[in-house]
Write a protein that binds this ligand. Sequence first.
Ligand code: MN
Length: 128
Amino acid sequence: MSTILVIEDNQDNFDLIADALGDEHDLVHALTGPDGLRQAGRIKPELILLDIGLPDMDGLEVVRHLKADASLAEIPVIALTARAMSGDREKCLDAGCDDYMSKPINVRELLSLVHRCLGVEKGPIVGS
Ligand code: MN
C-alpha cells in the first residue's frame, strides 16, 4: 500500500482513478495546484498523479515547484492531460514530470504506469 496524491480538479476523473487504485493504495485528493503542493509537503506521497489542466496554477507550474523542492523532488510525478497537441508530452517531461498519460484515462495504462513508477514488479511467475 502506497500513498498516492492525486491533484485533479475533475471529480469524474478522480472517481475513475479511485476505482482503479483505491483498493490497493492510500489516495489523497487535492483539487488545486496550491492545495496539491501543501498536501505533498504534508504527506510526502510515494507518487503524484498530476492533472495539467488545473485552474489558477496549472500542472506544469505545480511540477516545477515540486522538482525545485529538495524534499519533494524525488517523488515521481505522472502528468495527466487532455491536451492532445503535439509536443505536449515533451512539455510535461521538460517541466519535470517523470511520465505522461493522455486523457481519457485508460485504466490498464494507468495501472501499468503506476506500478512502474512505484517499482512494483509483476507477480512471481510460478514454476520459473
Ligand atoms: Mn482538469
